[in-house]
Ligand binder design. Structure first.
Ligand code: SF4
Ligand code: SF4
Length: 161
């Protein structure tokens, strides 16, 4: 299926409030749970290839982005700013973490590309996190991301139906 069709399917499901429920994963038999990461990763890889993120960028447009200390160092060097200048210009500090000062992300370009792509934070590299190990530890985040990300929607829908 084409990227646009997959995105449209997801938008329809959001508008109709017809989204998968991650509670399904809490009752998996042990044998299935042990193989879960492998199966979810396979779906994640499939839909990440099918869906064109540059025609979406909803994650960059609607969610705040977390920067850890390492991310701050890398991104500030990429923009030739000191850490202090970078933080002051783009971030808010909250209990030892930094988040972007505004949404859409200040680094998002008009063509939906990332202005600091090579130096983007770890959270952006791994979003929507369906390709990471320990899927079951992030059920709450996956449930929230269903409203943001068509990749999350299709991965969970395929697994739960
Ligand atoms: S919300 Fe999901 S599909 Fe859209 S750009 Fe982000 S990762 Fe890609
Ligand atoms: S840093 Fe780049 S990839 Fe991350 S949210 Fe901002 S524009 Fe998107």
């Amino acid at each position: 299926m084409q990227s646009d069709d997959l995105i449209q399917q997801w938008k329809k499901a959001v508008s109709e409030k017809n989204l998968p429920n991650t509670d399904h994963f809490k009752t998996l038999p042990l044998a299935k749970a042990e193989k879960l990461d492998e199966e979810i990763l396979s779906l994640h890889n499939h839909y990440s290839e099918c869906i064109d993120c540059l025609s979406c960028a909803k994650c960059c447009k609607t969610t705040v982005t977390v920067f850890n200390n390492e991310d701050v160092g890398r991104a500030s060097r990429a923009l030739a700013l000191s850490r202090k200048e970078f933080i002051k210009k783009y971030l808010i500090e909250d209990q030892g973490e930094y988040t972007t000062i505004s949404t859409p992300c200040p680094f998002l370009l008009p063509d939906n590309k990332c202005g600091i792509y090579e130096a983007r934070p770890h959270a952006c590299r791994s979003f929507p996190h369906t390709g990471r190990p320990h899927f079951l530890n992030r059920l709450k985040a996956h449930q929230q991301n269903l409203r943001v990300c068509s990749i999350t929607y299709h991965v969970l829908k395929d697994y739960t139906t």
